[in-house]
Write a protein that binds this ligand. Structure first.
Ligand code: ATP
Length: 211
């Protein structure tokens, strides 16, 4: 069997929103991905101290978000192992699961900007065949700085073209808490799930939802 091109899309997905879906869909189209593996990070190292919805809720929401797209698949690779869940380990494990396939890691421009600070960033890049990046409002990507910090990036980086989407999970959580409109930032089933489960509503004695 010839090598497939697999996208790997890691995130906290609290909640998964249309920005995530657009990124994954544009990346599939522009980078010719055969399948995109969504990787839910239970306890992201860079979001320690933040309040994050329970894993079971995020898992259910990602499943709902991708259910009708046969090109998207939810991996339990990070859910089934103890933390910390560094992306370098995730990619190495996926390599073992999908030997012979090409692995392209997908991320937003803010994550790219932060990449030199990721745990074992060079080893992470070495384990990948490519990185697909969709720009994000407010990201400050300085390619010469990034290439100086991570020379391997030069040959692996691909930009995915899309309209800049000023949508974030944090902003959606705050919209829910503040009782502002949030319906169309989410896939319908995720929107319904948030309402049904009462997620992101301010809790008594506490201010708004955490970052
Ligand atoms: P939060 O607001 O809670 O930090 P988030 O919206 O950034 O969450 P994550 O689950 O942390 O969502 O993001 C997963 C990946 O999706 C990251 O690489 C992030 O850069 C990317 N991403 C999320 N939203 C967008 C967007 N609107 N445009 C481009 N990339 C995005």
């Amino acid at each position: 069997m010839s090598a497939r091109r697999l996208g790997i899309f890691g995130g906290t997905f609290d909640p998964p929103h249309i920005g995530h879906l657009i990124l994954a869909a544009e990346a599939r189209d522009q980078l010719n991905l055969d399948l995109t593996v969504w990787v839910l990070t239970p306890d992201p190292p860079h979001k320690q101290g933040s309040e994050i919805a329970a894993l079971e809720h995020r898992l259910a929401m990602v499943e709902l978000a991708i259910a009708d797209d046969p090109g998207f698949f939810l991996s339990h690779v990070d859910i089934d192992r103890p933390g910390p869940h560094y992306a370098v380990d995730t990619v190495r494990l996926l390599r073992q699961q999908y030997p012979g396939d090409e692995l392209i890691y997908l991320m937003g421009g803010d994550s790219l900007q932060d990449l030199p600070h990721w745990y074992q960033a060079e080893a992470f890049l070495a384990a990948l065949d490519g990185v697909g990046v969709m720009r994000r409002p407010g990201d400050e990507i300085d390619l010469s700085e990034l290439f100086a910090a991570l020379p391997m990036l030069k040959d692996k980086l691909n930009f995915v073209t899309a309209p800049l989407l000023e949508i974030s999970a944090k902003q959606i959580r705050h919209r829910v808490t503040d009782r502002r409109a949030f319906r169309y930032y989410l896939p319908l089933e995720v929107y319904r799930y948030v309402l049904k489960q009462g997620l992101y509503q301010a809790q008594p004695g506490r201010g708004s939802v955490g970052d």
